[in-house]
Design a protein around this ligand. Structure first.
Ligand code: AMP
Ligand code: MN
Ligand code: MN
Ligand code: MN
Length: 287
């Protein structure tokens, strides 16, 4: 068995708000020297089948995954499911409900932008969504293309976050439900990019406590959006709470030069990797 495999357990494709097809994403991961890639699109498993095929063709391991949108009080939290069965009915139905909410929300974002003097937002976002789910990122790309802002980050800052004209508050799924769907589908539930939420230490601890209570097992200690300091802080939380540590870039495509597939620091000492018990090929049928 190979000694040190390279893992990237958080990535997006065209099935949600990434810009590469599942096949091109997997090929890029292979080119970057990744041995184990998880595809974790927002609220959909649609890209997983294609990604599994591409991965088996080029000889890397693909972990079927998903990033579930959760409302925890007023805060939106992302819960990654790793190693889920993409055929699981309860998970599929749960995600379908979230996608239905996204359709309404996208229309509402369009209406609000229109009131703010930006017409055709819904059509523009839809045209950029490849006929799949529409996220705020698709609106952001439309506004950049139309010259309202120079980049996606600025669109978020000025239009799409709380207090800005295109922000639509809403109810995603409950933390317990997201974890239950993932567990029911045979997966491991992991809190995505924990340092990114505007929660103080006490509130983060409360979130993690409720997450563990619900059956969650992992914390994304290493993330493309974490600073070095974040990584060490999150590693300490994982150790304190007995959570397994995950690592993922949250790659969305080559348009964002700050984040590249597999370009991740090692897990700090003392972390127990979420992949510890995966064996050599958890997603392949036993021959
Ligand atoms: P949604 O799930 O449609 O509300 O969109 C969430 C996605 O928007 C995240 O997964 C990121 O891809 C993107 N996003 C959120 N905040 C920002 C930001 N400040 N700058 C750029 N992209 C962002
Ligand atoms: Mn995204
Ligand atoms: Mn996320
Ligand atoms: Mn993500």
């Amino acid at each position: 068995m190979q000694m040190s495999l390279r893992y990237d357990l958080h990535s997006h494709s065209l099935a949600s708000d990434g810009t590469l097809s599942p096949t091109r994403l997997v090929e890029r991961a292979g080119g970057a020297g990744i041995d184990v890639l998880a595809l974790t699109d927002h609220d959909t498993l649609e890209g997983v089948g294609e990604a599994v095929c591409a991965a088996s063709r080029i000889g890397i391991r693909l972990i079927p995954g998903v990033e579930v949108s959760v409302s925890w009080g007023p805060q939106v939290i992302h819960v990654v499911g790793l190693g889920v069965d993409p055929e699981d009915k309860q998970l599929q139905e749960g995600l379908e409900g979230l996608r239905e909410f996204r359709v309404w929300r996208a229309e509402e974002i369009g209406r609000r932008l229109e009131k703010a003097g930006i017409p055709h937002g819904f059509a523009g976002a839809k045209a950029r969504s490849n006929g799949r789910l529409i996220g705020r990122t698709h609106f952001a790309r439309f506004l950049v293309d139309e010259g309202y802002e120079p980049n996606v980050r600025k669109v978020f800052k000025h239009y799409l976050v709380r207090g800005k004209p295109g922000y639509v508050p809403g109810q995603w799924t409950r933390l317990e439900d997201a974890v239950a769907w993932i567990l029911g589908a045979g997966g491991q539930a992991v809190i995505a990019h924990p340092a990114r939420y505007p929660l103080n230490r006490g509130r983060l601890r409360r979130l993690l406590g409720e997450f563990v209570e619900a059956g969650g097992v992992g914390l994304e200690v290493v993330s493309g959006s974490h600073s070095r300091d974040d990584v060490f802080k999150m590693a300490a939380h994982a150790r304190d709470l007995g959570l397994l540590a995950s690592a993922g870039s949250d790659y969305h495509g080559p348009e964002d030069p700050w984040i590249e597939l597999g370009r991740l620091p090692e897990l700090p000492d003392g972390c127990i990797p979420v992949w510890r018990d995966w064996g050599s090929a958890p997603t392949e049928p036993t021959a």
